[in-house]
Design a protein around this ligand. Structure first.
Ligand code: UDP
Ligand code: MG
Length: 357
């Protein structure tokens, strides 16, 4: 009897052991007018995530105010798969803000940020998880080349990383864009940064932590076209420069002091000549030239200071970084048939208990 009660105790304990929760991985993807490609992205991502037996997952999709059927496609995916969470922004806030919104809403033990156009291959995820399990808080995928990148895109990208690394104290790895995994700790630090003009890969680099780099080759877009217009690329580059460097504003001071010193020397020289050689000519054209150059420089540097000031102004206004027009709780539910509901329950019921914070 005693041995029976002993084995029963063991039996009673077992369910507790079995209910040890798996870690949860959140995959955050921004989607802007990606209706054509989302289906293929979801299939490829789900195939990889379902094959990972020792980790549960959520797919957090952020619709960045798309004007096509993206939100409907995302909602249809969430109808089918309870692990899909859909957030929709009230307008197009831009890639970096959409990512930030997704990171703020993500929970769980690790978060991967990746584009939804299949240029960030989901097949890299298992390797990222290996690095994370080995103790890295940030695992960045580094693009070695892009199969269909234009010469302009390659040159402008190389030039940008050279300039930003020259200007900034924070080293930003060329090719390490926003495809990365973050531990819970790193994700929380990033989510807590209130900066408005967000250059996420710079913020990630600034955070520090133990970081690993995984090289990959970016395939061409699976469908659709790039949503990064030249204007958006320029804005991102300027955000990076002004958020990560005070070098331009220091340059203004240095150039100003340099020009003033040259002007003073020139004045001494002119006065000297006038006193001893008496051969100074009234040089109107050179005077006008100097005036124009100085006036132009002054305007340029005032504009530069204005850039920083405008950013400070935007920051102190304290508006929210983004506005949701739909959260997972507000998703319009399609009337699902009893059979579909039964089907949905074949997957393990979701537990959010270990995903808080
Ligand atoms: N994206 C976004 N908002 C935007 C522009 C882009 O959410 O205003 C998303 C887009 O859906 C994609 C990712 O950001 O998942 C990267 O954009 P894209 O592929 O167009 O950029 P590229 O790879 O050409 O640099
Ligand atoms: Mg792309």
């Amino acid at each position: 009897m005693a041995s029976l009660s002993g084995s029963m105790r063991g039996y009673m304990r077992e369910p507790r052991l079995m209910s040890v929760k798996k870690p949860v991985l959140y995959v955050v993807s921004p989607c802007y007018n990606e209706a054509e490609v989302i289906g293929a992205f979801y299939d490829a991502l789900k195939a990889v995530l379902s094959s990972l037996k020792d980790i549960d997952h959520r797919i957090l999709l952020v619709d960045d105010g798309s004007s096509d059927a993206t939100l409907d496609v995302l909602n249809a995916l969430a109808d089918r798969d309870e692990r899909v969470l859909v957030y929709s922004l009230s307008r197009n806030f831009g890639h970096q803000v959409a990512i930030s919104a997704g990171i703020a809403k993500s929970r769980g033990d690790a978060t991967i940020v990746m584009d939804s156009d299949l240029q960030h291959p989901p097949t890299l995820i298992p390797e990222m998880l290996v690095s994370w399990r080995a103790g890295h808080d940030v695992v960045s995928a580094v693009r070695r080349s892009t199969d269909d990148a234009t010469l302009f895109k390659r040159l402008s990208s190389d030039g940008f990383y050279t300039v930003i690394n020259w200007l900034s104290d924070t080293r930003i790895e060329p090719g390490a864009a926003d495809f990365c995994l973050m531990s819970r700790k790193a994700r929380k630090v990033l989510a807590g940064m209130p900066e408005r003009h967000r250059f996420v890969r710079g913020l990630v680099a600034w955070m520090g932590f133990r970081r690993a780099y995984l090289p990959y080759v970016a395939p061409p877009r699976a469908a659709g076209h790039s949503k990064y217009s030249l204007r958006k690329m320029l804005r991102l580059a300027l955000d990076a420069v002004f958020a990560f460097s005070v070098a331009p504003i220091r340059l203004a001071t240095r150039v100003g002091v340099g020009i003033a010193a040259l002007g003073a020397l020139y004045l001494v020289y002119v006065i000297g000549r006038a006193l001893w050689l008496h051969d100074t000519e009234p040089g109107w054209s050179s005077l006008l030239g100097t005036l124009l150059i100085l006036g132009g420089l002054q305007l340029a540097f005032t504009g530069l200071i204005g850039e920083y000031l405008a950013r400070i102004f935007e920051q102190v206004k304290g508006r929210p970084l983004y506005v949701f027009k739909q959260t997972p709780e507000e998703r319009p539910r399609r009337a699902t048939s009893a059979a579909a509901k039964k089907n949905a329950r074949t997957e393990a019921p979701l537990e959010f208990a270990n995903e808080q914070g």
